[in-house]
Design a protein around this ligand. Structure first.
Ligand SMILES: [Zn+2]
Length: 183
């Protein structure tokens, strides 16, 4: 018997989307996602949920049901400029708060302001983060060599977004795993 890694349902390709900050606009975005069966990851700052434009802790669990919640630090600092001990606190406190809200494990991360370096990647890995998204797109559909520096396919306002999506949808081969990853 051959054993292969696959996406859920045994599929060889998947689309996922990733949105940051947990703002009120996510309510409408989730309606669209849920209507079309699109899965996303929402990267939240537990320490900023009292801001007017942010969703509140009591809304999170139900609203994001069926999607992934990931860390985005407590207070959205530019982490490559922070002392390491502060970066550690930012990630641990955010994770703890989000796990309390969701009742599940939170292992993903998106670097706020796209800021990271080798020390930060290493620190976050040691603190239990399984993967971390960056902002520079690859315009392809490969899985990352380094999950702590996971480059997406592209931003949703990329001028060739629909062209790339069509190519991806039409791609027939199943030998390799392909991921379209839009933020
Ligand atoms: Zn952000």
């Amino acid at each position: 018997m051959k054993v292969y890694h696959a996406f859920p349902g045994g599929r060889a390709k998947a689309l996922t989307m990733s949105y940051d900050d947990g703002k009120l606009a996510d309510v409408r975005l989730l309606e669209i996602f849920n209507r079309y069966g699109i899965k996303g990851t929402f990267n939240l700052n537990y320490g900023l949920m009292d801001m007017d434009i942010r969703l509140k802790p009591e809304q999170i669990r139900e609203l994001y049901q069926g999607h992934e919640i990931a860390t985005h630090t407590m207070t959205h600092p530019t982490i490559a400029r922070c002392p390491l001990v502060q970066a550690a606190r930012e990630i641990l406190e955010d994770r703890e708060g989000l796990e309390q809200i969701t009742g599940g494990l939170v292992r993903g991360h998106v670097y706020p302001n796209g800021s990271y370096n080798e020390e930060i990647k290493d620190l976050f890995r040691k603190l239990g983060i399984a993967y971390a998204r960056v902002v520079e797109g690859t315009e392809d559909f490969e899985l990352p060599e380094d999950p702590m520096e996971w480059h997406p396919t592209c931003h949703h306002d990329h001028p060739r977004l629909l062209e790339m999506a069509q190519w991806f949808a039409d791609f027939p081969k199943k030998q390799y795993l392909k991921l379209m990853y839009v933020w």
